[in-house]
Design a protein around this ligand. Sequence first.
Ligand code: ZN
Length: 410
Amino acid sequence: MTPNSLLIIILTIIIVEFIVDTVVEYINLKHKSTQLPPQLQDIYEPEKYATSQAYQSEQTRFGFITGSLSFIVSIVLLVSGGFGALNSFLLQFTTHPIALALLFCAVLYFVNDIITLPFQWYSVFVIEEKYGFNKMDAKTFVADKLKGHGLAIVIGGVIISALLLTVSWLGTSFWVAAWAFLSVTIIFINMFYTSLIVPLFNKLTPLEDGSLKTAITTYCKKVDFSMDNLFVVDGSKRSAKANAYFSGLGAKKKVVLYDTLIKDHTEEELVAVLAHEVGHYKHKHIIQSMLIAVVQMGIMLFIFSLFAFNDNLSQALGADKSYLHLNLMAFGMLFSPISTFLGIFMSILSRKNEYQADNFAKNTYSATPLITALKKLSANNLSNLTPHPLYVFLNYSHPTLLQRIKNMEK
Ligand SMILES: [Zn+2]
């Protein structure tokens, strides 16, 4: 295929994705109803329900503005050959392939961050602030940015360098070695996420002794689940929104409860939330998602290996000859529809897993406190209680609140 036809395919993909996203967001926004389903009547006072809808409208509008901006910038850069031009410009500083690739990615990463910075600021300090979610001050915002950049430089730098090194050593069969390396990296990050990355941003403290810990320990003994790593994280440092999650494997496994969750829920509700998380572990959902990520990575790298040395990909982005990082970038854009389908498949699987975890909590503990906890969470987070089914199908990693309640009441 000629560089020109590749460029046309890339542009078509970007345009179609933008239109589909915008239409689905619009349908979802229009789908909101002033009437709540009977099972959900007790969640919101009419006034708070109106607030939750205003919050969703504002977020959708804001998403449309940022999405349109990024769409326009992408189209302009592609049509004008901007990526190739940037690459030629950087060639005067280094011609070393790995250094050039790192420099190219760093420039794009930081330029993108600078352009989107006012929007990130607006989202936190105007929208989230207005609805009472934001607990972050300017200092935390800046510190988060700097730490995020540090992590991106280290992790991104290691991954890009490793990928390019394997290509220069092994040629077209690089994908096997790159796959092995990236798989180990995915598993490593999964295992040590809570021990290494979370403490950079938050304070984790072991749950203190008391009636909550006793209730949790009693439940864990009952379901034969060894629970030595139960932490509370200071989520309230940034947002009033609450959450709980599970990470790691084997002896490294950890359950993390947000302080905002503990504040607003009864002991029974907290044990029910924990029972749901234990359900994910007992059904091996964490290993499952890790394995899927590894398999997906292998498929993607294999397909990339078929295109990696195709000069036309770089030329489609405006370069004069082939550069591996430009090929990778063009490949990423061409691969994006496949990523979208894989993403939808992952969401379907994830929603199925959520039902399994809910059922586990129901069978080993009780459905009622989990239902009241989920209702409180939805209300506190001003969640959309009546999303459009198409929007749910495409984007939701969790079933809707109403679907989860119906499932548990069966
Ligand atoms: Zn879950």
